[in-house]
Design a protein around this ligand. Structure first.
Ligand SMILES: Cc1ncc(COP(=O)(O)O)c(C=O)c1O
Length: 390
């Protein structure tokens, strides 16, 4: 039976095939280490686990549907966090929608705003699920190039060049997946003002907002006053609290957009899992200490990775200041795709080929320094060095 082009043309990210092969190798008894998926090495705060454990026996509401936009106390806690940390003034009653992961927040936003053929400008290399969501909604991805020479920064001039009269949204992901770039604050402000002038929405994906190194901090364009309904902020608790499996994200937008978006949310999921929302409230209660507690470890790993890559002439990393990744140029005699598969087979280390993040990035691989334990991470780096004969 016929399936629509927008589904057929959407490509599954190669990470799935690599993960499957990794599982096969592990089942065959190989000692495999993943530097692939973006999953932090830590789990959720103990305070969250305690509250959730208690809720299992004391809160009957966890077994039923809740409000589409999220339970009131989570929206309240998010509004408090957004005001205090991000400088975003959001009405918890009408301007925050809790979603099952921020991937779904992105999808909800796309389904709410796109007509078939509408364009969405995204910085390339891009997070592949953004690309997939736009195409699945019948939109067209327009890539805004960034380059390793200036640390993959996003520039207004390149955004301007990508925008046409079909552009409905500009997506800004900072800290960035896959490059780790933290965008310059002044440039993000300029891009936001440009978007507002042109009546184009700016989607700010802040999934890695707490992962900034060497003093780099994320700027939320949703905090700029006077931009009206331009900015939509997408947030995630997944990486922040090591709770990727609990599926809690959120969208912050103007009242009318949220009202319309709730139709999409209702049709897709009704609401995010209530037990996860109860846990999220508890996690947000310890956000300052918890987010601070992992930074030194991640910074140390980033330094070890930089030293290892410095010693490998075939791998070049333009060090970036955020998220959990190094986006590394590999020896041009092998594509990133070939390299990732070969490193998996011969050294049992999983990395992600750059082509997953756009066809222009074939010479790259993404290495996550956030996952696995420190000793396993260092073991993976030893194997990587040995693979290159170091
Ligand atoms: C940039 C970016 N946004 C969103 C997500 C999805 O996060 P969530 O688990 O909240 O759906 C990811 C996950 O890797 C990501 O890298």
């Amino acid at each position: 039976m016929r399936l629509p082009e927008r589904v057929l043309m959407t490509v599954m990210p190669p990470i799935d095939a690599l993960n499957n092969r990794m599982a096969e190798l592990a089942a065959e008894g190989h000692d495999v280490i993943s530097l692939g998926q973006s999953v932090p090495f830590f789990g959720p705060p103990t305070e969250m686990i305690e509250v959730v454990t208690e809720a299992l026996s004391s809160e009957p509401r966890i077994h039923t549907y809740g409000p589409d936009a999220g339970i009131p106390e989570l929206r309240q806690a998010l509004a408090e966090k957004l005001g205090r940390i991000n400088g975003i003034d959001a009405d918890p009653g009408t301007q925050i929608v809790v979603t099952p992961g921020s991937n779904q927040a992105f999808m909800v936003a796309m389904l709410t705003m796109l007509e078939p053929g509408d364009e969405v400008a995204i910085a390339a290399p891009y997070y592949f699920n953004h690309h997939m969501a736009i195409e699945l909604c019948g939109g067209r991805v327009v890539e805004v190039p960034t380059s390793e020479e200036d640390g993959f920064q996003l520039h207004l001039s390149d955004v301007e060049a990508a925008v046409t009269n079909r552009t409905r949204a500009i997506v800004v992901t900072s800290p960035n997946n896959p490059t780790g770039a933290v965008y310059d604050r002044a440039e993000v402000e300029r891009i936001a003002r440009f978007a507002a002038d042109r009546r184009i929405r700016l989607l700010s994906d802040e999934a890695y907002e707490f992962f900034g190194y060497d003093g780099a901090s994320t700027f939320s364009p949703g905090s700029i006053s006077g931009l009206g309904d331009t900015v939509i902020t997408l947030g995630s608790l997944s990486k922040t609290f090591g709770m990727t499996g609990w599926r809690i994200g959120y969208m912050v937008a103007d009242t009318e957009f949220c009202r319309q978006a709730l139709k999409v949310q209702d049709a897709m999921a009704i609401c995010a899992p209530i037990i996860s929302q109860v846990g999220a409230v508890a996690a947000l209660g310890v956000i300052d200490a918890f987010t601070e507690s992992h930074l030194a470890e991640l910074e140390a790993r980033r330094a070890v990775l930089a030293r290892t890559l410095d010693a490998i002439p075939d791998m070049e990393w333009m060090k970036t200041d955020g998220a959990l990744f190094a986006f590394v140029r590999a020896n041009p005699t092998a594509s990133g795709q070939e390299l990732a598969w070969d490193v998996l087979e011969r050294s049992n280390v999983l990395t992600v080929p750059g082509s997953a993040f756009g066809s222009a990035w074939r010479d790259f691989v993404r290495i996550s320094y956030g996952s696995s334990t420190r000793s396993r991470f260092e073991e993976a780096l030893r194997r990587l060095a040995a693979y290159f004969g170091i």
